[in-house]
Ligand binder design. Sequence first.
Ligand SMILES: Cc1cc2nc3c(=O)[nH]c(=O)nc-3n(C[C@H](O)[C@H](O)[C@H](O)COP(=O)(O)OP(=O)(O)OC[C@H]3O[C@@H](n4cnc5c(N)ncnc54)[C@H](O)[C@@H]3O)c2cc1C
Ligand SMILES: NC(=O)c1ccc[n+]([C@@H]2O[C@H](COP(=O)([O-])OP(=O)(O)OC[C@H]3O[C@@H](n4cnc5c(N)ncnc54)[C@H](O)[C@@H]3O)[C@@H](O)[C@H]2O)c1
Length: 478
Amino acid sequence: MSTHYDAVVIGSGQGGTPLSMAFAQAKKKTALIESTHLGGCCVNEGCTPTKTMIASGRVAYLTRRGPDYGVLNPKPEDVRVNMEKVRQRKRDIVDTFRSGSERRVRGAGVDVIMGSASFEYNATLKVKCNDGAEKTITADQIFICAGERPASPRIDGFNAKSFPPGVVLDSTSVQELGIIPSHLIVVGGGYIGLEFGQLFRRLGAEVTIIQRNGQLLPREDAEVAEAMLKILEEDGIKVLLKTSPSSVLYTGDKDPGKAVSVSTSGPSGTSELKGSHILFAAGRTPNTDTLNLEAAGIKTTSRGHIVVDQKLQSSNPRVWALGDIKGPPAFTHVSYDDFRILRANLLEKDSHPTALTTVDRILPYVVYTDPQLAHVGLHEHEARAKFPNAEIQVATMPMTYVARALETDETRGMMKAVIDADTQKILGFTCLGLEGGEIMSVVQMAMIAGSKWTALRDAVWAHPSLAESLNNIWGMLK
Ligand SMILES: Cc1cc2nc3c(=O)[nH]c(=O)nc-3n(C[C@H](O)[C@H](O)[C@H](O)COP(=O)(O)OP(=O)(O)OC[C@H]3O[C@@H](n4cnc5c(N)ncnc54)[C@H](O)[C@@H]3O)c2cc1C
Ligand SMILES: NC(=O)c1ccc[n+]([C@@H]2O[C@H](COP(=O)([O-])OP(=O)(O)OC[C@H]3O[C@@H](n4cnc5c(N)ncnc54)[C@H](O)[C@@H]3O)[C@@H](O)[C@H]2O)c1
């Protein structure tokens, strides 16, 4: 016996959840199949919990800096963190977000099926339900929003099972630590490595980041990555560039701070590091390996992401993919925008006579280090590669030029704008600085409106707002 639906969504990701609700609200018989928990990665183990914990890290940082502001008690060295309380605060916020999501989905009339889906044939799915039952489901339209998971470490001889529980960590398990590691070794200098590395340093751990690439955050322009490196080193984090772990072993040492031994190979040869915990943050793997996509003729890339066209349709015309599972960039707001594209094209054709696509989306992101690293549009190196014949101009300004940053004594970082000199259009903007995400969003608005950079230079911004710096940065244009 199989059950037929108008629409089935696999995975309660950031695009999949609202899409299932939109189909149900359009009176389509809709199911949402979720293997683990509603809300997906973002709510349960991604954005929500990490930004909640990062807020605790910032309070610890500012408390230690009290004397810089004339706040003399407590002494910086006396600041201690209760990790169980930090974790509980995180759990409470995740619970609130997740239960809100559950209420909204069920309230919209979606059939929620808790279990793992895989394809049997063209548009036929088998679901292994979490209660042990098996279901066969067919659908007119299937949407895959099943996301990614932490990539497994690929290190010769490494065996996570040879370590005591809670010593080898990924981006999910690290959030459940009830203690502060004495020395956390982080493999990977990308978004996840930097956010957790700085967080645990602020909570009180010694932190070493091992990064294979020659710079942190390899997509950034070099001077931005260097400014980030300087900030993290000022915070007391040790960063090893052009370095990879060649072996990771459990030592059995009585001193828990020396439980993990990591041999590294880097520019100055091989060396050994000892730490209490190791966090693998070296990329994520798409959850396509258990979906049996070949049975439905759905093509994937060499890295396992689902191949889709500009309207998110896969090589099977009855199947679409949204969010991380279709490949980078992997952000919540991208998955949510994928949902908007599908809703417009499949449910709101009357109000969207021209189909929406993923082409030329102006995409921002924010790395929630402190200060934040925010970016929108093209980096300088991307702009020069994309428009080799254009006159590209660049303005960079240190945050020490920003009055508001000086007043709050948070002047670390820089801003950088990239423009096309002929059209005066803004091609990209980066702010590694205090509330960088909010400043970047102001520039993003100008880019959406198609404004010239001169509009920002000539605008009257409130004094002393951070946005006011958008009057001044253009004086640095070269
Ligand atoms: C630590 C961390 C911090 C992050 N911070 C940010 C941030 O600050 N800002 C930001 O924009 N992005 C952030 N991200 C990325 C963001 O979480 C993802 O881009 C976003 O969650 C992608 O959503 P998605 O819609 O692709 O699917 P996901 O949110 O990944 O959801 C996929 C769902 O599918 C389910 N699933 C998988 N396989 C099956 C199956 N076979 N059957 C049924 N269900 C299945 C999974 O259980 C999961 O619930 C972070 C990620 C991590 C790991
Ligand atoms: N604030 C945010 O928006 C946010 C936060 C966290 C994650 N994310 C999303 O999740 C994605 C995954 O994050 P991530 O940090 O795991 O991946 P990533 O791909 O961004 O970074 C992984 C880093 O690990 C390095 N690396 C790979 N193998 C290594 C090895 N063997 N030894 C040392 N270094 C190695 C790479 O050079 C790379 O810089 C991000 O790309 C982003 O899209 C977003």
